[in-house]
Design a protein around this ligand. Sequence first.
Ligand code: GFB
Length: 314
Amino acid sequence: MINKNTKIYIAGHCGLAGSAIKSKLEQEGFLNLVYKTHKELDLTDSNAVNIFLAKEKPEYIILAAAKVGGIVGNLKSPVEFLTENIKIQTNIIENAFKNNINELIFLGSSCIYPKNSQLPIKEEQLLSGSLETTNEAYALAKICGIKLCSYYNKQYGTNYLSVMPCNLYGKNDNYHQENAHVIPMLIRRFHEAKTQNKKEVTVWGTGLPKREFLYADDFAEAIVKLIQTENIEDEIINIGTNNEITIATLAETIKKTVGYEGNIIYDKTKPDGTFSKKLNTEKMEAIGWSATTSLEDGLKITYQDFLTNDNLRK
Ligand code: GFB
């Protein structure tokens, strides 16, 4: 049974999900957290990962490290999205087992499910059809990670769990002008349009696709709930909000949050991606968790973080 002294390694503690998980664990009084920056530990180097785990001997691993990006970032670099993610996750999962670490949570993504899944998507739909092409490489890598966890459980009796969050947003996100996800990119674009008195802001695609956005701190709460829950029989659990909105509604909400007064135009030459990937979240609800932060509140905090954290605006 996990307790406040259990040694937990958070892989990817500087990213959007990992930093929220680290803060939540600290708030909850977990005293024995370990983490390394990219500079200190290269997760694509299996030997280095093995040496680190053998020395630290964590009892639990939260695998939040990954190469992530938005729709255009994914389309531009499928080689890196596939190879880097396969390396990072395989190195951690394989060496976790070698070092007798029995408990691990692997972070996947709702994009691993088939493009034409029945909505809302249940965990059982994994590998029941073809993938959305815009994020195929990332999804394939994540599916390998999910299956690797599941194979270790079956073959060696480990307790490795995979979680599938919907689209996350929040503090410490990546605001890259081309490779980022929709929320940070639009926050940046509306903010720059406001400060530079631009008449219009461009939103990619038609504005019609729907997405389910989960505030990263709520997601972190779900992870902490899961590590404290005993005897979870499932190997894959969806984590979402039960709510999805169109990209057009999202753009209007961000426009209001930022206080921009110009117009929105749509660039239909940019990809829409999948139309909807709304998750069925019954499993998480049965465990006693549901999201609590409204999109409006989450966006306000995220925009404040963007305004106050100089590093994000580089
Ligand atoms: O956030 P995003 O890149 O992720 O795009 P995906 C979501 C939707 O927002 C798409 C539209 O329909 C985009 O066309 N969009 C509108 C924009 N304006 C923008 C903009 O300025 N930037 C971006 N990025 N999108 C990613 C996957 O898919 O989601 C990953 O590629 C991963 O593999 C991640 O699963 C969670 O939901 O389309």
